[in-house]
Design a protein around this ligand. Sequence first.
Ligand code: TMP
Length: 210
Amino acid sequence: MARGAFIVIEGLDRSGKTTQIAALYEHLISLGKKVEQIKFPDRTTAIGKMIDAYLKSQADIDDHAIHLLFSANRWESVSKILKLLEEGTTILCDRYAFSGIAFSASKGLPFDWCKTPDVGLPEPDMVLFLDVSPEVAQERGGYGEERYEKEEMQKRVREEFVRVRDCGGRSLRWEVVNAGRAKDQVELDIRNATQALFNGVEGPIRRLWA
Ligand code: TMP
């Protein structure tokens, strides 16, 4: 039996990730596929609660320490991710290690240092990067109240995402989707890009940057 596909959706805040994941999820369900949505940070765990307090500016945490907490928050989900994939369930994941590097590096932490704690995580079969300019994202009702939701920061993060893509390693499939267009057009592009994964993937789950 083919294992499930591991699909990660990345992008700036307000790039439409949540909407598009929900649309792809519904599409897969309508096709009778086994599919689960996950998201990082997972704010439900003890580590996730610390991250949540930090993002809401209720706690101040050193930049290095919060970076490691974001990574630990992914590692604590690894057994669940592997189990779902092995059972043949497709995973749609909202943010992953790529956000981890892009956001922390944009604050000035060394790029390679940022990458290290996530080396060895399950590697996605595809990363869809929803690309939108920070200006367009801002026009979509503005950023929220959380720590990083400011235009200047989002501009730097977008630049860091390009570096993250370029360090992806040979096997990583990274597709850029122009997310500055109408929702239905973006939805169609995402469906077309991911279609070949809907029946699962042959071969083992690779490890990120390992
Ligand atoms: P969210 O709005 O998708 O819940 O993400 C929360 C914020 O956390 C968002 O601004 C991106 C940021 N972030 C990091 O800084 N590092 C990470 O590893 C992840 C997953 C998100």
